[in-house]
Design a protein around this ligand. Structure first.
Ligand code: ABU
Length: 483
Protein backbone atom coordinates (compact mmCIF):
# COMPACT_ATOMS: atom_id res chain seq x y z
CA UNK A 1 0.00 0.00 0.00
CA UNK A 2 1.39 3.42 -1.00
CA UNK A 3 1.97 5.80 1.92
CA UNK A 4 1.86 9.59 1.97
CA UNK A 5 3.26 11.49 4.92
CA UNK A 6 0.64 12.87 7.24
CA UNK A 7 1.03 16.44 5.99
CA UNK A 8 0.58 15.41 2.36
CA UNK A 9 -2.40 13.29 3.31
CA UNK A 10 -4.11 16.09 5.23
CA UNK A 11 -3.54 18.56 2.41
CA UNK A 12 -5.21 16.13 0.03
CA UNK A 13 -8.12 15.71 2.44
CA UNK A 14 -8.53 19.48 2.65
CA UNK A 15 -8.51 19.65 -1.12
CA UNK A 16 -11.18 16.96 -1.33
CA UNK A 17 -13.32 18.83 1.19
CA UNK A 18 -12.84 22.08 -0.66
CA UNK A 19 -13.63 20.64 -4.10
CA UNK A 20 -16.76 18.91 -2.81
CA UNK A 21 -18.08 22.26 -1.62
CA UNK A 22 -18.44 20.93 1.92
CA UNK A 23 -16.36 23.71 3.47
CA UNK A 24 -18.44 26.60 2.16
CA UNK A 25 -21.60 25.30 0.53
CA UNK A 26 -23.36 27.68 -1.84
CA UNK A 27 -27.08 28.17 -2.21
CA UNK A 28 -27.45 26.60 -5.64
CA UNK A 29 -25.86 23.34 -4.44
CA UNK A 30 -27.87 20.68 -2.65
CA UNK A 31 -28.10 20.81 1.12
CA UNK A 32 -28.35 17.03 1.06
CA UNK A 33 -28.15 14.29 -1.52
CA UNK A 34 -30.54 11.95 0.19
CA UNK A 35 -30.49 8.17 -0.25
CA UNK A 36 -32.30 5.49 1.67
CA UNK A 37 -29.81 3.71 4.00
CA UNK A 38 -29.86 0.48 1.95
CA UNK A 39 -29.22 2.40 -1.29
CA UNK A 40 -26.38 4.27 0.38
CA UNK A 41 -24.81 0.93 1.32
CA UNK A 42 -24.88 0.02 -2.38
CA UNK A 43 -23.39 3.36 -3.46
CA UNK A 44 -20.55 3.07 -0.94
CA UNK A 45 -19.79 -0.32 -2.44
CA UNK A 46 -16.65 -1.18 -0.47
CA UNK A 47 -17.56 0.38 2.86
CA UNK A 48 -17.28 -2.96 4.59
CA UNK A 49 -14.29 -3.45 6.90
CA UNK A 50 -13.74 -6.98 5.67
CA UNK A 51 -11.03 -5.77 3.30
CA UNK A 52 -8.54 -2.93 3.55
CA UNK A 53 -8.02 -0.40 0.74
CA UNK A 54 -5.29 1.80 -0.68
CA UNK A 55 -4.77 5.39 0.40
CA UNK A 56 -6.12 6.70 -2.89
CA UNK A 57 -9.25 4.56 -2.53
CA UNK A 58 -9.60 5.84 1.02
CA UNK A 59 -9.52 9.40 -0.32
CA UNK A 60 -12.20 8.49 -2.86
CA UNK A 61 -14.35 7.21 -0.02
CA UNK A 62 -13.68 10.43 1.91
CA UNK A 63 -14.76 12.37 -1.17
CA UNK A 64 -17.95 10.31 -1.38
CA UNK A 65 -18.52 10.91 2.33
CA UNK A 66 -18.25 14.66 1.83
CA UNK A 67 -20.57 14.52 -1.18
CA UNK A 68 -23.18 12.37 0.54
CA UNK A 69 -23.18 14.10 3.91
CA UNK A 70 -25.54 16.82 5.00
CA UNK A 71 -24.19 20.32 4.43
CA UNK A 72 -24.91 21.78 7.85
CA UNK A 73 -23.25 25.02 6.74
CA UNK A 74 -25.58 25.35 3.74
CA UNK A 75 -27.78 28.46 3.66
CA UNK A 76 -30.84 26.16 3.45
CA UNK A 77 -30.00 24.03 6.53
CA UNK A 78 -32.41 24.90 9.32
CA UNK A 79 -32.97 21.40 10.70
CA UNK A 80 -31.36 21.30 14.14
CA UNK A 81 -30.30 23.47 17.02
CA UNK A 82 -26.91 23.69 15.35
CA UNK A 83 -25.76 24.70 11.89
CA UNK A 84 -22.49 25.31 10.12
CA UNK A 85 -19.20 25.44 11.93
CA UNK A 86 -17.40 28.69 12.78
CA UNK A 87 -14.14 28.70 10.80
CA UNK A 88 -12.06 29.71 13.82
CA UNK A 89 -13.68 26.99 15.88
CA UNK A 90 -12.82 24.49 13.17
CA UNK A 91 -9.19 25.58 13.37
CA UNK A 92 -9.20 24.84 17.10
CA UNK A 93 -10.86 21.47 16.53
CA UNK A 94 -8.34 20.46 13.87
CA UNK A 95 -5.42 21.46 16.07
CA UNK A 96 -6.69 19.65 19.14
CA UNK A 97 -7.55 16.52 17.12
CA UNK A 98 -4.10 16.55 15.52
CA UNK A 99 -2.39 16.92 18.88
CA UNK A 100 -4.44 13.99 20.19
CA UNK A 101 -4.43 14.21 23.93
CA UNK A 102 -6.77 13.89 26.87
CA UNK A 103 -7.94 16.89 28.86
CA UNK A 104 -7.31 15.46 32.31
CA UNK A 105 -3.87 16.67 33.35
CA UNK A 106 -1.68 19.67 32.69
CA UNK A 107 1.10 17.15 32.18
CA UNK A 108 -0.35 15.84 28.89
CA UNK A 109 -2.47 18.87 27.93
CA UNK A 110 -0.49 21.91 29.08
CA UNK A 111 -1.92 24.56 26.76
CA UNK A 112 -5.34 22.94 26.74
CA UNK A 113 -5.52 22.98 30.54
CA UNK A 114 -5.07 26.75 30.25
CA UNK A 115 -7.61 27.11 27.43
CA UNK A 116 -10.14 25.21 29.53
CA UNK A 117 -9.54 27.49 32.51
CA UNK A 118 -9.72 30.59 30.35
CA UNK A 119 -12.94 29.61 28.58
CA UNK A 120 -14.56 28.61 31.89
CA UNK A 121 -13.48 31.93 33.41
CA UNK A 122 -15.03 33.87 30.51
CA UNK A 123 -18.20 31.75 30.63
CA UNK A 124 -18.57 32.23 34.40
CA UNK A 125 -18.36 35.95 33.74
CA UNK A 126 -21.20 35.65 31.24
CA UNK A 127 -23.46 34.07 33.85
CA UNK A 128 -22.03 36.26 36.60
CA UNK A 129 -20.89 33.46 38.92
CA UNK A 130 -18.11 35.09 40.95
CA UNK A 131 -16.28 32.14 42.53
CA UNK A 132 -17.63 29.42 40.34
CA UNK A 133 -16.15 26.53 38.47
CA UNK A 134 -17.01 24.47 35.44
CA UNK A 135 -16.13 21.57 33.21
CA UNK A 136 -16.54 20.62 29.57
CA UNK A 137 -18.80 17.63 29.09
CA UNK A 138 -19.77 15.50 26.10
CA UNK A 139 -23.07 17.30 25.48
CA UNK A 140 -25.98 19.15 27.04
CA UNK A 141 -27.65 16.02 28.39
CA UNK A 142 -24.55 15.18 30.40
CA UNK A 143 -24.15 18.80 31.50
CA UNK A 144 -27.72 18.71 32.83
CA UNK A 145 -26.92 15.45 34.62
CA UNK A 146 -23.97 17.18 36.28
CA UNK A 147 -26.54 19.61 37.71
CA UNK A 148 -28.53 16.74 39.22
CA UNK A 149 -25.45 14.99 40.63
CA UNK A 150 -23.97 18.12 42.19
CA UNK A 151 -27.29 19.26 43.66
CA UNK A 152 -27.70 15.83 45.26
CA UNK A 153 -24.17 15.89 46.63
CA UNK A 154 -24.70 19.36 48.08
CA UNK A 155 -27.81 18.25 49.97
CA UNK A 156 -26.61 14.75 50.88
CA UNK A 157 -22.79 14.63 50.77
CA UNK A 158 -22.82 11.03 52.06
CA UNK A 159 -24.59 9.92 48.91
CA UNK A 160 -21.16 9.53 47.35
CA UNK A 161 -20.35 6.69 49.75
CA UNK A 162 -23.73 5.25 50.66
CA UNK A 163 -25.68 5.70 47.47
CA UNK A 164 -29.40 6.38 47.42
CA UNK A 165 -30.37 3.59 49.80
CA UNK A 166 -30.77 5.67 52.94
CA UNK A 167 -32.37 8.66 51.22
CA UNK A 168 -36.01 9.63 50.85
CA UNK A 169 -37.31 9.89 47.27
CA UNK A 170 -35.77 12.93 45.61
CA UNK A 171 -37.80 14.95 43.15
CA UNK A 172 -36.78 17.04 40.14
CA UNK A 173 -38.98 19.78 38.74
CA UNK A 174 -38.80 20.80 35.12
CA UNK A 175 -41.22 22.32 32.67
CA UNK A 176 -43.43 20.36 30.28
CA UNK A 177 -41.48 22.05 27.51
CA UNK A 178 -38.03 21.11 28.82
CA UNK A 179 -35.47 18.78 27.27
CA UNK A 180 -35.81 15.04 27.77
CA UNK A 181 -32.35 14.78 29.31
CA UNK A 182 -33.82 15.59 32.72
CA UNK A 183 -35.98 12.47 32.53
CA UNK A 184 -33.05 10.42 31.25
CA UNK A 185 -30.89 11.83 34.04
CA UNK A 186 -33.46 10.82 36.65
CA UNK A 187 -33.26 7.26 35.37
CA UNK A 188 -29.48 7.15 35.04
CA UNK A 189 -28.88 8.64 38.44
CA UNK A 190 -31.31 6.36 40.24
CA UNK A 191 -34.00 8.91 41.06
CA UNK A 192 -36.50 7.27 38.73
CA UNK A 193 -38.56 8.91 36.05
CA UNK A 194 -41.65 8.95 38.31
CA UNK A 195 -39.79 11.49 40.42
CA UNK A 196 -39.60 14.04 37.64
CA UNK A 197 -42.47 16.50 37.94
CA UNK A 198 -43.35 18.25 34.71
CA UNK A 199 -44.50 21.73 35.66
CA UNK A 200 -47.23 23.32 33.56
CA UNK A 201 -46.28 26.01 31.05
CA UNK A 202 -48.08 29.07 29.74
CA UNK A 203 -49.11 29.37 26.12
CA UNK A 204 -45.58 30.48 25.15
CA UNK A 205 -44.02 27.36 26.64
CA UNK A 206 -42.66 29.03 29.81
CA UNK A 207 -42.84 27.39 33.21
CA UNK A 208 -45.60 28.92 35.38
CA UNK A 209 -44.04 29.82 38.77
CA UNK A 210 -47.28 29.32 40.75
CA UNK A 211 -47.60 25.82 39.25
CA UNK A 212 -44.02 25.13 40.29
CA UNK A 213 -44.74 26.21 43.83
CA UNK A 214 -47.85 24.01 44.03
CA UNK A 215 -45.93 21.05 42.60
CA UNK A 216 -43.17 21.49 45.19
CA UNK A 217 -45.73 21.68 48.00
CA UNK A 218 -47.41 18.51 46.74
CA UNK A 219 -44.14 16.57 46.61
CA UNK A 220 -43.18 17.74 50.13
CA UNK A 221 -46.57 16.72 51.52
CA UNK A 222 -45.95 13.23 50.11
CA UNK A 223 -42.71 12.96 52.11
CA UNK A 224 -40.47 13.50 49.10
CA UNK A 225 -37.51 15.87 48.98
CA UNK A 226 -37.57 18.56 46.29
CA UNK A 227 -33.98 18.41 45.03
CA UNK A 228 -33.61 20.55 41.95
CA UNK A 229 -35.61 22.82 39.71
CA UNK A 230 -34.46 22.77 36.11
CA UNK A 231 -35.29 25.95 34.22
CA UNK A 232 -34.98 26.12 30.47
CA UNK A 233 -33.50 29.14 28.75
CA UNK A 234 -34.42 28.52 25.14
CA UNK A 235 -36.47 25.35 24.86
CA UNK A 236 -35.76 22.79 22.17
CA UNK A 237 -38.97 23.16 20.21
CA UNK A 238 -40.60 26.52 20.95
CA UNK A 239 -37.47 28.36 22.12
CA UNK A 240 -39.17 29.37 25.36
CA UNK A 241 -37.37 31.06 28.26
CA UNK A 242 -38.59 30.23 31.75
CA UNK A 243 -38.96 33.19 34.16
CA UNK A 244 -35.62 32.81 35.94
CA UNK A 245 -36.07 35.65 38.46
CA UNK A 246 -39.35 34.25 39.75
CA UNK A 247 -38.10 30.69 39.89
CA UNK A 248 -34.94 31.83 41.66
CA UNK A 249 -37.03 33.50 44.36
CA UNK A 250 -38.93 30.24 44.95
CA UNK A 251 -35.77 28.12 44.97
CA UNK A 252 -33.94 30.45 47.37
CA UNK A 253 -36.91 30.66 49.73
CA UNK A 254 -37.37 26.87 49.79
CA UNK A 255 -33.69 25.92 49.68
CA UNK A 256 -33.84 24.07 46.36
CA UNK A 257 -31.00 23.89 43.84
CA UNK A 258 -31.75 25.87 40.69
CA UNK A 259 -30.22 24.64 37.47
CA UNK A 260 -30.65 26.44 34.15
CA UNK A 261 -30.53 24.43 30.97
CA UNK A 262 -29.26 27.25 28.75
CA UNK A 263 -27.81 24.85 26.19
CA UNK A 264 -29.65 26.61 23.42
CA UNK A 265 -30.46 30.11 24.69
CA UNK A 266 -27.29 30.68 26.72
CA UNK A 267 -25.60 32.10 23.63
CA UNK A 268 -27.86 35.16 23.96
CA UNK A 269 -25.70 36.16 26.93
CA UNK A 270 -23.11 37.27 24.39
CA UNK A 271 -25.48 39.90 23.03
CA UNK A 272 -25.77 43.21 24.88
CA UNK A 273 -29.14 43.62 23.20
CA UNK A 274 -30.64 40.26 24.09
CA UNK A 275 -28.91 39.06 27.26
CA UNK A 276 -31.77 40.35 29.39
CA UNK A 277 -33.78 37.33 28.20
CA UNK A 278 -31.74 35.43 30.78
CA UNK A 279 -32.10 37.95 33.60
CA UNK A 280 -31.84 36.10 36.89
CA UNK A 281 -29.42 33.43 35.62
CA UNK A 282 -26.85 34.76 38.10
CA UNK A 283 -29.16 33.59 40.91
CA UNK A 284 -29.03 29.99 39.73
CA UNK A 285 -26.72 27.39 41.27
CA UNK A 286 -25.68 25.85 37.97
CA UNK A 287 -26.00 26.30 34.23
CA UNK A 288 -25.51 24.20 31.11
CA UNK A 289 -24.48 25.91 27.89
CA UNK A 290 -23.74 24.42 24.48
CA UNK A 291 -21.62 26.72 22.31
CA UNK A 292 -21.94 24.04 19.61
CA UNK A 293 -25.56 25.03 19.16
CA UNK A 294 -26.40 28.63 18.20
CA UNK A 295 -22.79 29.84 18.25
CA UNK A 296 -21.37 27.35 15.76
CA UNK A 297 -18.53 25.87 17.83
CA UNK A 298 -17.65 22.44 16.41
CA UNK A 299 -19.74 19.62 17.88
CA UNK A 300 -19.46 18.73 20.70
CA UNK A 301 -18.83 21.72 22.87
CA UNK A 302 -20.84 21.78 26.08
CA UNK A 303 -20.15 23.43 29.42
CA UNK A 304 -21.43 22.78 32.91
CA UNK A 305 -20.95 25.86 35.11
CA UNK A 306 -21.65 26.16 38.82
CA UNK A 307 -21.62 28.91 41.35
CA UNK A 308 -20.19 26.89 44.23
CA UNK A 309 -16.66 26.44 42.92
CA UNK A 310 -15.40 23.88 45.41
CA UNK A 311 -18.29 21.45 44.97
CA UNK A 312 -17.49 20.09 41.52
CA UNK A 313 -14.22 18.51 42.57
CA UNK A 314 -15.48 17.31 45.95
CA UNK A 315 -18.46 15.70 44.30
CA UNK A 316 -16.67 13.95 41.47
CA UNK A 317 -13.12 13.26 42.59
CA UNK A 318 -11.86 9.70 42.85
CA UNK A 319 -8.18 10.60 43.24
CA UNK A 320 -6.65 8.04 40.88
CA UNK A 321 -3.01 8.10 41.93
CA UNK A 322 -1.63 7.21 38.51
CA UNK A 323 -3.00 10.49 37.11
CA UNK A 324 -3.44 12.86 40.02
CA UNK A 325 -0.31 12.31 42.06
CA UNK A 326 -0.03 14.57 45.10
CA UNK A 327 3.71 15.18 44.62
CA UNK A 328 3.60 16.62 41.11
CA UNK A 329 6.21 19.02 39.81
CA UNK A 330 3.51 21.68 39.20
CA UNK A 331 0.41 23.09 40.88
CA UNK A 332 -2.08 20.18 40.59
CA UNK A 333 -5.05 22.53 40.57
CA UNK A 334 -4.28 22.81 36.85
CA UNK A 335 -5.40 19.19 36.45
CA UNK A 336 -9.11 19.41 35.69
CA UNK A 337 -9.70 15.69 35.16
CA UNK A 338 -10.91 14.76 38.63
CA UNK A 339 -13.72 17.29 38.46
CA UNK A 340 -15.17 15.27 35.60
CA UNK A 341 -17.13 12.02 35.57
CA UNK A 342 -14.99 11.00 32.60
CA UNK A 343 -11.42 9.77 32.57
CA UNK A 344 -10.31 10.20 28.96
CA UNK A 345 -11.81 13.48 27.78
CA UNK A 346 -11.66 15.21 24.44
CA UNK A 347 -10.16 18.67 24.32
CA UNK A 348 -13.33 20.65 23.72
CA UNK A 349 -12.13 23.91 25.19
CA UNK A 350 -9.61 24.83 22.53
CA UNK A 351 -12.11 25.12 19.68
CA UNK A 352 -14.19 27.53 21.76
CA UNK A 353 -11.05 29.39 22.78
CA UNK A 354 -9.95 29.92 19.12
CA UNK A 355 -13.44 31.01 18.14
CA UNK A 356 -13.79 33.41 21.07
CA UNK A 357 -10.25 34.76 20.79
CA UNK A 358 -10.63 35.51 17.08
CA UNK A 359 -14.07 37.09 17.25
CA UNK A 360 -14.12 38.63 20.71
CA UNK A 361 -17.23 39.35 22.75
CA UNK A 362 -18.35 42.10 20.37
CA UNK A 363 -17.93 39.96 17.26
CA UNK A 364 -19.83 37.09 18.84
CA UNK A 365 -22.56 39.44 20.03
CA UNK A 366 -22.93 40.80 16.50
CA UNK A 367 -23.36 37.28 15.10
CA UNK A 368 -26.07 36.55 17.68
CA UNK A 369 -27.86 39.84 16.97
CA UNK A 370 -27.83 39.10 13.27
CA UNK A 371 -29.24 35.58 13.74
CA UNK A 372 -32.03 37.05 15.85
CA UNK A 373 -32.74 39.81 13.33
CA UNK A 374 -33.03 37.25 10.56
CA UNK A 375 -35.38 35.02 12.52
CA UNK A 376 -37.60 38.00 13.41
CA UNK A 377 -37.56 39.00 9.74
CA UNK A 378 -38.76 35.50 8.84
CA UNK A 379 -41.47 35.49 11.50
CA UNK A 380 -42.76 38.90 10.44
CA UNK A 381 -42.75 37.81 6.82
CA UNK A 382 -44.88 34.72 7.42
CA UNK A 383 -47.30 36.39 9.85
CA UNK A 384 -50.58 36.89 8.00
CA UNK A 385 -49.16 35.43 4.77
CA UNK A 386 -51.58 32.96 3.14
CA UNK A 387 -50.72 29.41 4.14
CA UNK A 388 -48.41 30.23 7.06
CA UNK A 389 -49.76 29.82 10.58
CA UNK A 390 -47.24 30.60 13.35
CA UNK A 391 -47.52 28.39 16.44
CA UNK A 392 -46.69 31.25 18.82
CA UNK A 393 -48.18 34.68 18.37
CA UNK A 394 -45.03 36.33 19.71
CA UNK A 395 -41.33 35.93 19.05
CA UNK A 396 -39.47 33.65 21.50
CA UNK A 397 -36.06 32.94 20.01
CA UNK A 398 -34.52 31.85 16.74
CA UNK A 399 -36.64 28.70 16.48
CA UNK A 400 -39.62 29.82 14.43
CA UNK A 401 -42.46 27.31 14.58
CA UNK A 402 -45.31 27.30 12.10
CA UNK A 403 -47.82 25.17 10.27
CA UNK A 404 -48.04 25.34 6.53
CA UNK A 405 -51.58 25.11 5.19
CA UNK A 406 -51.62 24.08 1.52
CA UNK A 407 -54.17 25.91 -0.71
CA UNK A 408 -56.59 22.93 -0.69
CA UNK A 409 -56.95 23.21 3.11
CA UNK A 410 -57.23 26.98 3.41
CA UNK A 411 -60.36 28.86 4.53
CA UNK A 412 -61.84 25.76 6.15
CA UNK A 413 -63.07 25.16 9.69
CA UNK A 414 -60.28 23.79 11.89
CA UNK A 415 -62.00 20.50 12.70
CA UNK A 416 -60.28 17.41 14.04
CA UNK A 417 -60.22 16.01 10.53
CA UNK A 418 -58.65 19.23 9.20
CA UNK A 419 -55.90 18.98 11.81
CA UNK A 420 -55.30 15.35 10.81
CA UNK A 421 -54.66 16.61 7.27
CA UNK A 422 -52.33 19.33 8.56
CA UNK A 423 -50.49 16.67 10.59
CA UNK A 424 -49.51 14.95 7.33
CA UNK A 425 -48.18 18.13 5.72
CA UNK A 426 -44.96 18.06 7.79
CA UNK A 427 -43.69 14.63 6.69
CA UNK A 428 -44.98 15.05 3.14
CA UNK A 429 -43.27 18.37 2.52
CA UNK A 430 -40.12 17.35 4.35
CA UNK A 431 -39.85 14.33 2.04
CA UNK A 432 -40.12 16.57 -1.03
CA UNK A 433 -37.62 19.14 0.24
CA UNK A 434 -35.16 16.43 1.25
CA UNK A 435 -35.44 14.34 -1.89
CA UNK A 436 -34.86 17.44 -4.01
CA UNK A 437 -32.08 18.58 -1.67
CA UNK A 438 -33.43 22.14 -1.61
CA UNK A 439 -34.11 22.63 2.10
CA UNK A 440 -33.55 20.76 5.35
CA UNK A 441 -35.94 21.84 8.06
CA UNK A 442 -37.53 19.84 10.87
CA UNK A 443 -41.08 19.14 11.96
CA UNK A 444 -42.59 17.63 15.08
CA UNK A 445 -45.82 17.36 17.05
CA UNK A 446 -45.95 18.80 20.57
CA UNK A 447 -47.81 16.17 22.46
CA UNK A 448 -48.20 17.85 25.84
CA UNK A 449 -50.10 20.63 24.06
CA UNK A 450 -51.82 18.23 21.66
CA UNK A 451 -50.37 20.16 18.75
CA UNK A 452 -50.22 18.37 15.42
CA UNK A 453 -47.02 18.32 13.35
CA UNK A 454 -45.59 21.76 12.69
CA UNK A 455 -42.36 22.99 11.18
CA UNK A 456 -39.48 24.30 13.27
CA UNK A 457 -37.09 26.57 11.44
CA UNK A 458 -33.89 27.11 13.39
CA UNK A 459 -31.60 30.06 12.66
CA UNK A 460 -28.06 29.88 14.05
CA UNK A 461 -25.03 32.14 13.75
CA UNK A 462 -23.44 30.11 10.95
CA UNK A 463 -23.73 30.68 8.17
CA UNK A 464 -24.98 34.20 8.81
CA UNK A 465 -28.29 34.30 6.91
CA UNK A 466 -29.51 37.03 4.55
CA UNK A 467 -33.04 38.32 4.06
CA UNK A 468 -32.94 36.85 0.54
CA UNK A 469 -32.29 33.42 2.03
CA UNK A 470 -35.21 33.83 4.41
CA UNK A 471 -37.37 34.84 1.42
CA UNK A 472 -36.16 31.74 -0.41
CA UNK A 473 -37.50 29.50 2.37
CA UNK A 474 -40.92 31.12 2.03
CA UNK A 475 -40.79 30.64 -1.76
CA UNK A 476 -39.88 26.97 -1.33
CA UNK A 477 -42.87 26.39 0.95
CA UNK A 478 -45.16 28.08 -1.52
CA UNK A 479 -43.72 26.10 -4.42
CA UNK A 480 -43.59 22.66 -2.81
CA UNK A 481 -46.77 23.07 -0.79
CA UNK A 482 -48.90 24.29 -3.65
CA UNK A 483 -50.87 21.08 -4.24
N1 ABU B 1 -30.44 18.78 22.45
C1 ABU B 1 -31.49 19.10 21.59
C2 ABU B 1 -31.05 19.25 20.19
C3 ABU B 1 -31.91 18.57 19.26
C4 ABU B 1 -32.26 19.43 18.08
O1 ABU B 1 -31.41 19.81 17.32
O2 ABU B 1 -33.41 19.73 17.95
Amino acid sequence: MEQTDVQGLLLRVLEVLHKSGALSPVEDSKVIEFHQPQDLEEILSDFSLNESCSESRLLELVEQTAKLSVRTGHPMFFNQLYGGVDKYGLVGALVSEALNTSAYTHEVAPVFSLSEREVIKASLKLVNFKDGDGIFSPGGSISNMYGIVVSRYKKFPNVKQTGLFSLPPLVLFTSQESHYSITKGAHWLGLGTDNVVKVKCDDRGRMIPSELESAIARASSEGKVPLMVNCTAGSTVLGAFDPLEEVAEICQRLGIWMHVDACWGGTLLLSAKHRNRLAGIEKADSVSWNPHKMLGAPLQCSLFLLKHGELLKLCNMAGATYLFQKDKMYDPSYDSGDKSVQCGRKVDSFKLWTLWKARGNLGLGALVDHAIDMSIYFLEKIKGRPGFKPVLAEYETTNICFWYVPPRLRDQPETEEWWEQIHKVGPTMKKKFTEEGVLLLGYQPLEYRELKNFFRMVVTCHPPRSKEQMDRVVELFEKYGSE
